[in-house]
Design a protein around this ligand. Structure first.
Ligand code: F0G
Length: 459
């Protein structure tokens, strides 16, 4: 059982949580057509929908905001931001964007042609969508360990290196414009990728002359797991480990809403000067001038502070400790959670929680709805709603998992909030046999989880 995670901060500012009754929540979720995207924030008790942009900034980050230089070009905030990113990430060029997916769009827009294939350990939904809207094919190559939820392994986020070698051998560099590796592997359970795996993937990609980019959203959490679990890294700093990860690749996309501990922002890094020039044209047309890229000067300041805080040992011990604490409490109650716990979220295996609800009836979505009704906790679905529709063929496609993700915003909730969540989910677990599945009554074809409306099966 993980220890109670010590909060390495004092709380200086609070935001009230509005409480609701079960009857109110039943009415709210029905009105929202069983989509948690349509529930208002004040109708939520504990919001574990995402860890993206919802974390708590430090007093240092808030005071940096006041130094924001809002000049259109050449703002001092840009230079502080750029030098921080270069120091921590080590790449030659930094392109600022308003959030991660804008960086994906700009990078993949330059690299991917219709019919081409982009492998990843597991693509996150926006990365997959940014490839598919260009007519590309997003291929997931998780390691064998990563496809199970029960099996304990230290680096379940790893890529299947042999699978990558085969894919590159079969299709060659003309069909595969880049390889990506997501650290930590969010859709695969927030699981880390080992340095050894990054090194192997890098070697295979280089052998074939194909660039390798990290989706670096949670790079600091990934580095923490390397420090804790991989031989030879215990005495290295998180910043040193991160630099070693980045030195093995050609660039990255980054959402500063995660390990930048900021409310908004992101960037693309590359060592390829000509690619940078091409990206800047798109940036100018869509995001803004290259010294702010869709961000205010104050955002650049906050990110520069947040990135440094994210590589701090005490911060990461608490962060990963919170996830382990919640996961262990659930595991002890018999609730099937993905093991071992990942870096930013607890993933509940909805197929094992609700074995009587088949995947086409969206067990993880049904579980999210029930947890909301039980206690006002908002979780997100990562399963058949998110990934189960192929917009090219217009057909449903099977997915390998149905997970309910409880994502912990950074430095936002205390251990007693986590206890509240664990108790709530235990109550849902006790009445699991009575839980029904859902069917979709309306949804957009791309990224359908954002728009889907549901009704209960048998209603
Ligand atoms: N890549 C990964 C691995 C992500 O987790 C996300 C966002 C993105 C890219 C896109 O970044 O939101 O700044 O545009 N993940 C959030 C989540 C939304 O809840 O996991 P963005």
């Amino acid at each position: 059982m993980a220890e109670l995670p010590f909060e390495p901060f004092r709380i200086k500012m609070v935001e009230p949580i509005s409480m609701t009754t079960r009857a109110q929540r039943e009415e709210i979720i029905g009105r929202a057509r069983y989509s948690l995207f349509r529930v208002r924030s004040e109708e939520i008790v504990i919001d574990l929908f995402t860890d993206s942009g919802t974390g708590t900034m430090s007093s240092a980050a808030w005071s940096a905001l006041l130094q924001g230089d809002e000049a259109y070009a050449g703002a001092s905030s840009w230079f502080r931001f750029e030098s921080t990113v270069k120091e921590l990430f080590g790449f030659e060029h930094v392109i600022p964007v308003h959030q991660g997916r804008a960086g994906e769009r700009i990078l993949l827009g330059q690299l991917v042609q219709p019919g081409q294939i982009v492998p990843n350990n597991t693509h996150f939904d926006t990365t997959r969508a940014n490839i598919e809207v260009r007519g590309g094919q997003a291929v997931d190559l998780p390691s064998a360990a990563g496809t199970t939820t029960e099996h304990e392994a230290p680096f379940k986020g790893d890529m299947d290196v042999e699978g990558l070698r085969r894919l590159l051998g079969e299709h060659g560099r003309d069909a595969i414009p880049l390889v990506m590796l997501t650290v930590t592997n969010n859709a695969g359970g927030g699981q880390p990728v080992s340095m050894a795996n990054i090194r192997q993937v890098s070697a295979v990609a280089r052998e074939h002359g194909v660039p390798l980019y990290l989706d670096a959203c949670r790079f600091a959490e990934n580095a923490w797991f390397i420090k804790m679990r991989e031989e030879g890294y215990a005495d290295r700093s998180i910043a040193q480990i991160a630099r070693e990860m980045f030195a093995l690749v050609d660039g990255c996309t980054m959402s500063a809403k995660k390990d930048g501990i900021s409310n908004i922002g992101g960037f693309v890094c590359t060592n390829d000067a000509s690619l940078r020039e091409r990206c800047l044209v798109d940036l100018l047309v869509t995001e803004g001038f290259p010294t702010y890229g869709g961000l205010a000067g104050r955002d650049l300041e906050a990110i520069a502070v947040g990135l440094r805080e994210a590589v701090d040992d005490d911060y990461l011990r608490h962060r990963v400790g919170q996830v382990a604490y919640l996961a262990d409490r659930l595991h002890e109650s018999g609730i099937p959670v993905l093991r071992p716990p990942g870096g930013h979220a607890v993933y509940v295996d909805a197929r094992r929680f609700l074995p009587h609800v088949p995947p086409p009836q969206f067990p993880a979505q049904a579980l999210c709805v029930e947890l909301y009704i039980e206690a006002g906790v908002r979780a997100s679905e990562i399963g058949t709603v998110m990934y189960g529709f192929d917009h090219v063929t217009g057909q449903e496609r099977p997915t390998d998992k149905d997970l309910m993700r409880l994502a912990l915003p950074r430095r936002t909730y205390t251990a007693s909030h986590l206890d509240y969540v664990a108790t709530a989910l235990s109550r849902v677990w006790a009445r699991r046999q009575s839980i029904r599945g859902l069917r979709i009554v309306a949804a957009a074809p791309i990224l359908r989880h954002f728009s889907a409306e549901f009704e209960w099966v048998g209603a």
